[in-house]
Write a protein that binds this ligand. Structure first.
Ligand SMILES: NC(=O)C1=CN([C@@H]2O[C@H](COP(=O)(O)OP(=O)(O)OC[C@H]3O[C@@H](n4cnc5c(N)ncnc54)[C@H](OP(=O)(O)O)[C@@H]3O)[C@@H](O)[C@H]2O)C=CC1
Ligand SMILES: O=C1O[C@H](COP(=O)(O)O)[C@@H](O)[C@H](O)[C@H]1O
Length: 497
């Protein structure tokens, strides 16, 4: 191992990886860097091979050149060492293939001939190809009984299309060998939610409507749509971010304790949360959901175009780039506790955090002027830096202060608290878990479908109203209405960044 302490559990699952969409954005920007890091950490078996499949002309050498360029760009220079790079490059092979036709798949069967290790097939391609690729793999005799398939989000556009895609994959693979990625589940702090909630009685006993007044989730992105107009305009922020990432965060915060850490025990509890999400009805939608679209503004000190001026834009588009909502998990634990969610593109900074607001003490004995001081908050920061802070009230120090209170954090910054361990990227964790055959960080079919069911009713309400999104300038925290939505409840978005 070339690195100090690996936060990933050291073992080397021996697999072959067939990567469809091998020259696409996701592969180049996320998957090779993650695989390289696993290799560098000593977590890929010596015999593991990686077959890149794409439709561009090319051979192994040209392919390795492209991957090397991607690693140069996307791996920190201090983490690029010659031995690891060379070892990684030697694992790579290339096959030119048109995925939509069974012709050519025979080459995958040949590649696998004689290999004893199981194959993982990673589909980094549009979801419309998931079914055809699985079918062609099966028909060409390229699959074994232990082949696993990894699919990316979004699975479909709504409940009906996600069912079709899941059916098509399910004709070839049983659920136990399907790994649906939601990369937020691979983020270190997201996994820490499980440890935090279920390993610490301090929180476990307080985690309900008796002690928590409300929950906030912000997933703010500084980027715009990064040249992905074609995809994004069909999706919008609700489908792109809320249907998957934000709802997964809601599930992990709201779920009841699973009986154990088995994948299905956890996923059963998450499904119960999705089923308990209150649907939006009638005026609820106007009051409790805000859609926004960014206009020209400033991002990172530079002028940036509005959504409708992005390359390839349809000037009439009403697609939302921002959503804020107030929702509720209607069950025994959470009844009456609002969950405020917001996510948007072109916000002032990249910031993902969950804030759990605890209730005030029932009887207050301090200076009445200080009554407004906020009660305890637990701030769980996913990015940019990962950490957990508990906002507590303590006595202000000094002889002349009497019993004055002062809010301050009890703070756990993962980078400084555990300086020896590098925090792995979400894709490293997820790829390793697939290779090990662990499904607990992957989304089960019924989770995807209940999430779509809830999103579909929200979209149907929007469509029935046909109101345009509210505008917000790039570089702002979204439409003013999203601030009004929370202030009307006497609260505000937590802004002590
Ligand atoms: N990029 C990201 O950050 C994220 C992506 N995802 C998901 O990951 C998947 C891949 O996304 P992304 O990498 O961005 O997409 P890209 O379009 O960048 O990559 C897809 C790749 O698949 C290839 N491809 C498409 N059709 C065929 C075909 N019939 N035969 C052979 N090759 C084909 C494309 O080739 P060609 O270039 O020749 O068209 C392209 O290289 C999608 O499902 C996306 O929703 C999920 C989360 C984030
Ligand atoms: O899945 C997606 O996620 C990214 C945001 O991911 P993050 O890890 O950078 O927070 C988002 O930009 C993209 O539109 C979406 O498809």
């Amino acid at each position: 191992m070339t690195h100090e302490t690996s936060p990933l559990n050291a073992s080397q699952p021996d697999i072959d990886l067939a990567l469809f969409g091998a020259l696409g954005d996701l592969a180049l920007r996320k998957l090779y860097p993650a695989l390289y890091q696993l290799d560098r950490e000593g977590l890929l078996a010596e015999s593991t091979r990686i077959l890149g499949l794409a439709r561009q002309d090319g051979d192994n050498e040209a392919f390795r050149g492209k991957v090397a360029d991607a690693l140069k760009k996307h791996v920190q220079s201090g983490e690029q060492d010659q031995d690891s790079l060379e070892r990684f490059m030697n694992r790579l092979e290339y096959l030119k293939l048109d995925f939509s036709s069974v012709e050519g798949y025979e080459a995958i069967r040949q590649w696998r001939q004689g290999a004893r290790r199981p194959m993982t097939v990673y589909l980094a391609v549009p979801a419309s190809l998931y079914g055809p690729i699985c079918r062609h793999l099966e028909d060409s005799g390229s699959l074994d009984d232990d082949t696993r398939v990894v699919v990316e989000k979004p699975i479909g556009h709504d409940l009906a299309s996600s069912r079709e895609i899941n059916d098509a994959i399910g004709e070839v693979f049983p659920e136990s060998r399907i790994y649906r990625i939601d990369h937020y589940l691979g983020k270190e702090t997201v996994q820490n939610l499980i440890a935090l909630r279920f390993a610490n009685p301090l929180f476990g006993t307080q985690w309900n409507q008796n002690h928590i007044s409300h929950v906030e989730i912000t997933v703010a992105e500084q980027v715009g749509i990064e040249g992905r107009w074609g995809y994004f305009d069909q999706a919008g922020q609700l489908r792109d971010m809320v249907q998957n990432h934000l709802l997964q965060l809601v599930c992990l915060i709201a779920m009841d304790p699973p009986a154990n850490l088995d994948a299905d025990a956890i996923r059963d509890e998450k499904v119960k949360v999705l089923k308990a999400l209150k649907p939006f009805t009638g005026d609820d939608l106007d009051r409790n959901v805000v859609r926004g679209q960014y206009t020209a503004g400033t991002s990172g000190g530079k002028s940036v175009p509005g959504y409708l001026e992005e390359e390839g834009a349809n000037k009439e588009s009403r697609t939302e780039t921002f959503v804020a909502m107030k929702t509720e998990v209607a069950n025994w634990r959470w009844a009456g506790v609002p969950f405020y969610l917001r996510t948007g593109k072109r916000m002032p900074e990249k910031l993902s955090q969950i804030v759990i607001h605890f209730r005030q003490q029932p009887h207050y004995i301090f200076d009445p002027d200080q009554r407004g001081l906020a009660a305890n908050k637990l701030i769980i920061r996913l990015q940019p830096e990962e950490g957990i802070a508990l906002q507590v009230l303590t006595k202000d120090s000094g002889l002349d202060k009497g019993m004055r209170l002062r809010p301050g954090p009890l703070h756990l910054d993962f980078n400084s608290a555990f300086p020896k361990s590098r925090i792995p990227d979400a894709y490293e964790r997820l790829l390793l878990e697939v290779m090990k055959g662990h499904q607990y960080l992957f989304v089960r079919r019924d989770e995807v479908e209940y999430a779509w069911h809830w999103i579909d009713q929200l979209i149907a309400g929007w469509e029935a109203r046909d109101t345009p999104p509210r505008r917000y300038p790039a570089g702002s925290w979204g439409p003013v209405a999203s601030i009004a939505m929370i202030t009307q409840d006497g609260r505000s978005w937590y802004e002590d960044y």
